[in-house]
Ligand binder design. Structure first.
Ligand SMILES: [Zn+2]
Length: 317
């Protein structure tokens, strides 16, 4: 799958190549594993457009805006990003990189660093995710439900950056966020809107790697009850494949409308034959069926039985 991105990257990179800063992105695919870098083509100018429409994209920008000390730099960054001055964006574990051009087209290599999750944190995140198939289905649908972030936080894993977590590095030698790193963050907010896996890659794991690991854990979890079943076989519930359950929602017809309610409640049926009959009920007809009294049926049956007349043997006398 990284091949597809590579092609996108190569085509886009040819179009938006910046001579002086082009080498900023040549590390692409060289040292990292094939799943560990994604490169997104430069976006065309988009004047007057917002940068984050999703709640997680907005949370990302809040981390930037809470961190940056100079609001003028944020403003400059928005201007550069809107004008299409941010080149192809490379996303790797712990780092995003792009060449950002000033208004006079001077290129600057800009990086923003975000701490990767530790192996222990990934272990806890995956343990949580494998229990909640809906979270993964949502991610595959390029959505990041708030519950996913909350459940991760409950497991001690912060997915979204907070204040001070987006660390700038720029060759313009600014000591805080400059217009270039701010522009890069604004651009990445747009990428996050489209695909929350971008955030997970920054945190250290690519989409393929994550899904493979979840599958391994899911299989291990399904086979585990067989060995540890003990005395409660009913505890081993039969699972439903998440993708299947998710797909069913799109395939099955909607539920029928509930039946219309009567205008007023009626009387419930009574199964007790010993109560006083309601007015208008044929009492003799009912009472002939009561136990202890000879019913019409038991009284008539012997006489009507064909066995009594046709099956008796002929007289021998
Ligand atoms: Zn800079």
């Amino acid at each position: 799958m990284s091949d597809a991105y590579d092609e996108t990257y190569d085509e886009a990179h040819e179009d938006s190549r910046i001579d002086d800063g082009g080498d900023a992105l040549t590390g692409h695919g060289a040292s990292a594993g094939q799943d560990n870098e994604r490169t997104f083509a430069a976006l065309p100018p988009a004047h007057g457009r917002g940068f984050a429409e999703t709640w997680w994209g907005q949370a990302w920008l809040k981390a930037l805006e809470d961190t940056a000390l100079d609001l003028q730099q944020l403003k400059a960054g928005r201007r550069l990003a809107r004008a299409g001055h941010v080149g192809a964006v490379s996303v790797r574990p712990g780092r995003i990189t792009a060449v950002v051009q000033d208004k006079d087209r001077t290129p600057h290599r800009s990086d923003v660093l975000l701490q990767e999750l530790s192996d222990d944190e990934w272990d806890r995140f995956l343990g949580m995710a494998v229990e909640r198939a809906g979270h993964i289905a949502a991610l595959l649908d390029r959505e990041m439900p708030p519950h996913l972030v909350e459940d991760a936080a409950a497991a001690g894993v912060e997915l979204l950056p907070g204040i001070g977590d987006l660390e700038p590095e720029c060759d313009c030698d600014a000591w805080d966020h400059c217009g270039h790193t701010a522009a890069l963050c604004y651009q990445v907010a747009r990428l996050l809107d489209q695909d929350p896996f971008v955030l997970l890659l920054m945190r250290g794991r690519g989409e393929r790697e994550l899904l493979d690991e979840l599958q391994v854990r899911s299989v291990a979890q399904q086979s585990a009850p067989d060995s540890s079943q003990g005395e409660a076989p009913e505890a081993a519930q039969e699972g439903v494949d998440a993708a299947e359950a998710y797909a069913d929602g799109a395939v099955l017809p909607p539920l029928p409308e509930p039946p219309v309610l009567p205008a007023e409640p009626g009387l419930p049926p009574s199964l007790d034959t010993e109560v006083e009959p309601a007015p208008g009920v044929d009492v003799p007809a009912r009472s002939s069926w009561r136990p202890g009294r000879r019913s019409r049926r038991t009284g008539c049956w012997p006489k009507r039985s064909p066995l009594g007349t046709t099956s008796s043997p002929p007289s021998r006398g």
